[in-house]
Design a protein around this ligand. Structure first.
Ligand SMILES: [Zn+2]
Length: 93
């Protein structure tokens, strides 16, 4: 199973075997070892492998109009699409 340490220990020792376990990031151990670590140290949490909702968030990208204004700076109005122009900078035809 996977576990993580929220207290930033870096490395801990398995209280039973004395084995050093790197817990700086998520680590893979057997359930028995994890239970021992959880008993021995604060801040240990099980990481559920199917819990992906946190990383699944769709990033909403912000597009800017970007047309150069008379003072030379790009227009920073938000638009829906990367190539879209804001209401003020619609291409003339
Ligand atoms: Zn614009």
């Amino acid at each position: 199973m996977k576990g993580k340490c929220t207290r930033g220990f870096g490395k801990v020792e398995d209280p039973q075997t004395g084995e050093t376990i790197n817990v700086e990031s998520e680590f893979e151990v057997s359930k028995a070892v994890f239970d021992r670590l959880q008993d021995a140290y604060p801040g240990f949490e099980a990481v559920s492998s199917d819990e992906t909702s946190d990383t699944n968030q769709t990033e909403t990208e912000t597009f800017r109009c970007g047309v150069e204004k008379s003072d030379g700076t790009p227009c920073s109005r938000e638009v829906e699409e990367p190539e879209e122009r804001c209401w003020q900078h619609q291409p003339k035809d």
